[in-house]
Design a protein around this ligand. Structure first.
Ligand code: ZN
Length: 558
């Protein structure tokens, strides 16, 4: 948004977010929606048919169903803004006056928008508002009195989704015949048309809102999340929602998730026990261990249990143990028929981000995040130690090459070249990894970074990540630590699981890697394709560019 350009935004003079409308500002206000305050819409190809460089109001044609879909959003109390690249202004193909006439015609046909945000620049201008840069999204959020992470953007090309994610907003792609297949593959959320996108936005918004509070108060809630650190971290918002509605929360986790469980706010007590129907390399089922687990669960005295799982895991074996432990109210997501094992059998469509998927189960069990607690990942402050003093000032970039699943790790030779490129661009790079990743971190850091391999546990890593300007990481636990710290992520995301479910949540993110690689949706733990092509093709300069887009520059301050 260069200041030397003439009026880049067509602003309205009236305040767009009157104080009386702000949720939480008055006793009679309805609770603030959990997920979104606003929907941002691309213009050409999304709201109206794309007529290149159109300056003629007579040529405005809404896409089918647009008016009714927008009215549904308005009726739900969502603010609407248009965010549009109009490089035709920079190129002189039409005037600002003509553009305003087009926008007046759009409002005549589609109703009023609360804000219009226009980038008048060309790619060559290097502005920070032309999508996929995040500037228009930030500006729209400001104009609407909210934050980018409480916005969802609907657009028809990869630039739209990229701008949304780079600002920490959600992005929905509604492809048209001109949308490139790789843009569709890379999008985490795809809808068939505008009315379908709107229906899913409203469904997700509703799904995290309990229809009714629990009929009897919950004194002790037992929440369950087995599996690894990342799984536990993304369940954090849902566990906080349960904690808001219960006096005491006991978390059952597995050994691989214990360190993450220690970091979660809202947890009063932790039980650690492996679950052989969840663990990726399970031991045999030991009847005695199951009996002792059942007894421990019974001793919790929980009056409600909420069993969180990933989409490919079953809650039912544990539900049986919980029943045998005498727990009356059990809630879980289950596509499989649960018989009498569950009191609340919840179902979630595929593609929903894991934190929201879990929040929707908490809602089905009667719980919601309190007003003022955003549905972001969070860590307990008292559980994260001081960052080691010998690392110098904050403002470095963390590169974490490894992953618990090798299919999701960045190939070491690529990570090495990324460190070289970042160092050349003036970044100070810390290379992190677990004790069993020391060989990789040493090799990667030799290109110019500082090797911290094996130096930290998860809490120590959280402290280092929290002071980073950005984290470059695959789909693994530290990506979620970065999200919890609000630190931007360059996500080297192997598409073995859906990005829409497992991408860094509600934090500025740029996704790199081949989203259409043959490993897509295989859930493979080790790459099934020779050469690990989904990440082997990442160009280190793309990482440098991504940091620039995220406003993370080498040297200077954030
Ligand atoms: Zn611009």
């Amino acid at each position: 948004m260069r200041q030397d350009q003439e009026d880049p935004y067509q602003r309205r003079s009236a305040p767009v977010y009157a104080a009386a409308d702000r949720a939480g500002s008055g006793s009679v206000a309805s609770p603030r929606p959990v997920l979104y305050d606003a929907v941002l819409l691309d213009r050409d190809g999304t709201l109206i048919e794309d007529v290149p460089y159109n300056g003629d109001p007579e040529k405005v044609r809404p896409v089918p169903g647009a008016r009714a879909a927008l009215d549904r959003l308005r009726a739900a109390g969502l603010r609407l803004a248009v965010v549009t690249n109009q490089s035709g202004l920079a190129r002189g193909y039409f005037t600002g006056e003509q553009m305003r006439a087009v926008h007046a015609r759009v409002e005549e046909l589609l109703g009023r928008f609360d804000a219009w945000l226009v980038c008048p620049h060309d790619d060559a201008d290097g502005c920070d508002c032309r999508k996929p840069a995040p500037g228009l999204v930030y500006a729209a959020a400001r104009e609407l009195g909210t934050t980018a992470s409480r916005c969802v953007l609907v657009g028809d090309i990869g630039r739209d989704v990229g701008a949304a994610l780079a600002a920490g907003a959600a992005g929905v792609l509604v492809p048209t015949p001109v949308t490139r297949p790789e843009e569709v593959a890379a999008a985490g959320w795809v809808a068939t048309d505008l009315p379908a996108a709107v229906a899913e936005i409203l469904r997700r918004q509703q799904a995290v809102q309990p229809a009714t509070p629990p009929t009897t108060p919950v004194r002790t809630a037992l929440v369950v999340r087995s599996d690894s650190a990342g799984d536990v971290l993304v369940t954090g918002p849902a566990i906080r929602a349960v904690a808001a509605g219960a006096e005491r929360v006991v978390l059952l986790c597995g050994p691989r998730g214990r360190a993450a469980a220690n970091l979660l706010p809202g947890v009063d007590e932790i039980i650690e026990h492996p679950l052989p129907w969840i663990d990726p390399t399970p031991g045999p089922v030991d009847p005695e261990a199951m009996r002792s687990l059942t007894a421990r669960l019974g001793a919790v005295g929980a009056d409600q249990a909420v069993v969180f799982t990933s989409f490919h895991q079953s809650a039912l074996p544990l539900a049986l143990l919980l029943r045998m432990a005498g727990i009356d109210r059990i809630a879980a997501i289950s596509d499989d028929y649960p018989g009498s094992l569950l009191d609340i059998r919840h179902r979630v469509p595929v593609g929903v981000p894991e934190p929201e998927r879990a929040l929707s189960l908490a809602a089905a069990a009667g719980h919601r995040l309190p007003d003022g607690d955003e549905p972001v990942l969070r860590l307990r402050r008292d559980a994260v130690p001081q960052r080691p003093a010998d690392l110098g000032d904050p403002g470095y970039v963390v590169l974490h090459p490894g992953s618990a699943a090798s299919s999701r790790a960045c190939p070491p030779e690529v990570a090495t070249r990324i460190v070289g490129a970042l160092t050349d661009a003036g970044h100070r790079v810390l290379v992190t990894g677990g004790p069993d990743e020391r060989a990789i971190t040493a090799r990667v850091a030799a290109a110019g970074g500082t090797d911290l391999g094996g130096r930290t546990d998860l809490a120590g890593l959280a402290a280092i990540v929290a002071d980073a300007r950005a984290v470059v990481v695959g789909n693994t636990g530290p990506a979620h630590l970065a999200a919890a710290a609000g630190v931007p992520v360059v996500s080297l995301f192997a598409p073995t699981v859906p990005f829409g479910q497992w991408g860094p949540y509600r934090v500025p993110t740029i996704r790199l890697g081949d989203a259409a690689a043959p490993c897509r949706d295989t859930r493979a733990a080790s790459c099934p394709v020779p050469g690990h092509p989904c990440l082997a093709g990442v160009d280190p300069d793309e990482v440098v560019d991504a940091l620039r887009t995220l406003a993370v520059s080498g040297g200077g301050s954030r």
